[in-house]
Design a protein around this ligand. Structure first.
Ligand SMILES: Nc1ncnc2c1ncn2[C@@H]1O[C@H](COP(=O)(O)OP(=O)(O)OP(=O)(O)O)[C@@H](O)[C@H]1O
Length: 337
């Protein structure tokens, strides 16, 4: 990536391919996007996450010119989107969730149809189609009817269609929902190759945290139309401490402690952020975002030795996006997905 100059006041950088500031979209009286600001750097893969109904699709519709914002500004490659929508759109590729292909035509015929929208010579068109088919790993099946493709392969043709004009920024909205493992891996490879070979930027929405952890350089988490957190994975996870320790003693075990759960909670005072939550079966779980795991484990073993409490109810976890998401939104990202 080229050197960047940070404009301290806005947080934007000179090589950002897209910046959005204070985006608002209202449906009736309700602001479903309520002041969203974000940036996408050149060659950056940005994860855009949020629970169902958070406002992701509405935000993306505005960023790609499909929906007019009620407030805020969008700049693509340094120029105002609203002032030059044709130029902005030429720099953007959008892969929608729905498959938008002609099933009775081959992948190549479908792409030839889409390429007709761009002012390309016959030779250029053919070159671009070959390239796009190669990038999505479908060159060897290009002549087969799309109807004979798996859902994942059809999704890959959709991606190829969005690449024909060589955009600088590609929006992929839940590209792996319902696709087979082979296509999923191929989609990953495609994204990484587009970045590595062409410096393309990608905005990637997904409900699958491991995908986001694996692919994305930076992540923006939204809910109720607002940005809740933004940063690299490391920046986002740092406040969560070294790890998570959960202790769910049985009711019988708790009964043996001098002051039940409050006693146990007090023993871990100073070990990190502590909370007590109800577990699924009605009992309680002590959760500690641990600052110093070895010290906390020593405390656990002292408590166990002193009280005879079993260690069966203990679970250790490293901080991950799933736990961050739960902390921020109070919901699992895949709730109702
Ligand atoms: N055209 C519309 N008219 C009224 N309300 C709408 C419209 N489009 C979206 N909404 C509402 O705006 C909110 C945000 O929707 P949006 O589709 O942007 O969320 P999302 O984060 O993309 O959710 P999902 O992950 O389920 O796709 C939802 O409550 C939705 O019902």
């Amino acid at each position: 990536m080229t050197a960047t100059t940070t404009a301290a006041r806005t947080g934007t950088r000179t090589d950002d391919v897209l910046t959005a500031t204070g985006l608002v979209k209202k449906f009736g009286d309700r602001a479903v996007v309520d002041g969203v600001s974000l940036r996408v750097g050149t060659g950056e893969i940005l994860g855009f996450l949020g629970p169902n109904g958070a406002g992701k699709s509405t935000t993306i519709a505005m960023l790609t010119g499909a929906l007019k914002p009620d407030g805020g500004t969008i700049q693509v490659d340094g120029a105002d989107f609203a002032a030059g929508p044709m130029r902005a759109k030429a720099l953007i590729g959008v892969v929608p969730q729905e498959i938008a292909l002609y099933p009775t035509l081959s992948a190549r015929q479908n792409l030839t149809f889409f390429a007709g929208a761009y002012k390309l010579s016959r030779g250029e068109r053919r070159e671009r189609i070959d390239w796009a088919l190669d990038v999505v790993g479908l060159a060897d099946r290009a002549g087969d009817k799309v109807a004979s493709y798996s859902g994942g392969m059809q999704r890959r043709v959709n991606i190829a269609a969005a690449l024909l004009h060589m955009p600088r920024l590609l929006f992929l909205d839940e590209p792996t929902v319902g696709v087979d493992a082979q296509s999923r891996n191929q989609i990953f490879e495609t994204v990484l190759r587009l970045r590595a070979e062409f410096g393309m930027s990608v905005v990637y929405t997904s409900h699958y945290m491991p995908e986001v952890e694996q692919l994305c350089d930076r992540i923006v988490i939204v809910d109720h139309g607002k940005v809740l957190a933004e940063g690299t994975q490391e920046e986002l996870l740092r406040p969560l401490g070294e790890g998570l320790l959960e202790w769910a003693p049985t009711a019988e075990e708790l009964g043996k402690l001098p002051g039940g759960m409050s006693w146990l909670e007090a023993r871990f005072a100073g070990h990190g952020q502590i909370s007590v939550a109800a577990s699924g079966d009605g009992s309680s779980v002590l959760r500690i975002r641990v600052n110093d795991m070895p010290a906390t484990l020593r405390e656990v073993s002292e408590i166990a030795a002193g009280t005879g409490l079993g260690l069966g109810g203990i679970r250790l976890g490293r901080p991950d996006l799933e736990s961050l998401f739960l902390d921020l939104t109070g919901r699992q990202i895949r709730d109702g997905a």
